[in-house]
Design a protein around this ligand. Structure first.
Ligand code: ATP
Ligand code: MG
Length: 456
């Protein structure tokens, strides 16, 4: 098994840096004459800007593969890692396990076969952020471990974002009063809390309009996400860490799309910050700046935003609060160094630009007609030896962890077996079977067959 392939990296960079800044994803497999063979190793570039899709129907390994990528970020060379910030939007609380070493016997046994890897928790690199309200729902003593509260300074929400969240128009009396109030606050205060916002609302409006806006804001206040100041907010984008934002509790809270609002705030802030910084970098390269930018690079790391259930944030139909800014990332993210990795069960429900602009696709098994057709919108360049992306993915055997990786930069396409996790995957399928009998059946059951080299 000698072949080594690096996906997502241009040849020039491969020549200069080899595998530095890459992550080991697993084995290249092939089926010559119907026989399963492992023919090489697959690596993925983690330093250049990417727009990547991770696709596959329910239970085919998307979140698991995202976990493998997160481990790979944590395993990067320190001097590369400190220049990267990974923000993971966790919609199902499946990434907390990255802190703990894998104890699943079957996966641990297989791990050795993937470059001799062994179980490992990444507690030092992984930082988890939990909403206060979600923590309060747990009984004392049962609260999950976490690093930071998921809290945003109130001033980070702009008037337009409130308008979208509350579904108000700029011509509605409520919309007009809201814009005036928030803009007034922005002028007056660096930081403000809800009580000051209510005082300003009293100055700007009265009667029913005031009541309905106050009602909106009170609902937001009760979520305990927006506060006057937040010591954890800047940590979300800190370099050298994998920051996991647990949004599983925040679906459509009180009928509002709070998750989308939070993603939009982070994405907007990062786009501004990175655009300013890349201009500085360019000027420094051109000799127009005296200052040494080295320190500033680690303060302004390039960003990978990883979104599980990406179609919720960038859907094909209808706008969400986060749609516009995520589209900016997709279209403009290369220059400021903003990468997006979107996982979805339904590529057919994802915005077409994300599919067309993607430079890498990791496709697990898909069968629905609409989803396979959506994949076909990814570029023609993925065609190889007369086989197109759609027919490969639809005919692919269903095996968890088996996927096809496509790379637009290098025009490569390989079938691969994603490696087992070093840390614990906590997105296991739920079962009504009592714990004990499940353990017994796990012992009795032969693990899923992984054909060894040369077997059929
Ligand atoms: N590379 C792999 N190696 C070993 N087991 C795997 C691999 N990928 C997935 N699995 C197994 O498949 C199960 C389902 O994977 P995962 O939770 O990632 O599915 P999913 O595609 O995210 O599903 P959903 O769309 O429902 O969120 C995991 O619990 C794990 O046991
Ligand atoms: Mg999943």
């Amino acid at each position: 098994m000698s072949r080594e392939e690096i996906f997502g990296r241009e040849e020039k960079l491969v020549e200069e840096e080899g595998k530095k800044g890459c992550g080991y994803m697993g084995k290249i497999v092939s089926y010559p004459g119907g026989k399963y063979e492992e023919v090489g190793s697959i690596y993925m570039d983690l330093t250049s800007p990417h727009c990547m899709l991770v696709l596959g129907k329910r239970g085919t390994g998307k979140s698991y593969s995202l976990g493998v990528m997160a481990e790979n970020f944590a395993k990067l060379e320190p001097e590369v890692k400190e220049n990267i910030s990974v923000v993971m939007i966790d919609t199902m609380s499946v990434f907390h396990g990255l802190k703990t070493k894998n104890v699943n016997d079957y996966e641990v046994n297989r791990l050795k076969d993937f470059k001799g890897l062994s179980p490992k928790g990444f507690g030092k690199d992984i930082k988890t952020f939990m909403p206060k309200l979600a923590l309060e729902k747990y009984d004392k003593g049962e609260r999950p471990d976490y690093d930071h509260l998921l809290q945003f300074p109130l001033k980070e929400v702009g008037a337009n974002e409130w308008l979208s969240l509350f579904d108000l128009d700029t011509t509605d009396p409520e919309g007009i009063a809201l814009m005036k109030t928030v803009r007034e606050m922005e002028k007056k205060k660096e930081h403000y809390g809800f009580s000051e916002l209510y005082d300003e609302l009293d100055r700007q409006t009265e009667g029913k309009t005031r009541e309905s806006l106050k009602n909106f804001f009170e609902q937001m206040e009760s979520l305990k996400i927006f506060t006057r100041k937040s010591s954890s907010f800047d940590q979300i984008t800190s370099g050298g860490n994998i920051n996991i934002l647990d949004m599983s509790y925040l679906g459509r809270l009180k009928g509002y799309d709070v998750r989308n609002l939070l993603v939009s705030i982070i994405a907007e802030k990062l786009l501004k910050k990175r655009t300013l910084f890349s201009t500085l970098e360019m000027q420094a390269k051109a000799g127009m700046l005296d200052s040494d930018l080295k320190k500033k690079v680690t303060e302004n790391p390039v960003v990978y935003m990883v979104i599980d259930e990406g179609h919720l944030f960038l859907p094909k139909k209808g706008d969400t609060i986060s749609s516009e800014i995520l589209l900016d990332w997709v279209k403009l993210g290369r220059h400021p160094g903003l990468s997006l990795i979107l996982a979805t069960q339904e590529p057919g429900a994802l915005h077409e630009s994300a599919i067309r602009q993607s430079d890498m696709i990791l496709a697990h098994n898909l069968t629905a007609h609409d989803d396979i057709e959506a994949l076909g919108k990814a570029r023609q360049s993925y065609m190889k030896e007369g086989k197109d992306i759609q027919s490969i993915v639809s005919k692919m055997e269903f095996k968890r962890g088996l996927a096809v990786l496509f790379d637009d930069k290098t025009r490569k396409m390989e079938m691969c077996r994603i490696r087992p996790r070093m840390s614990l995957h906590t997105g296991m399928d739920a079962s009504a079977m009592p714990e004990e009998s499940r353990k017994e059946s796990f012992k009795k059951k032969k693990p899923p067959k992984i054909p060894s080299r040369g077997s059929s």
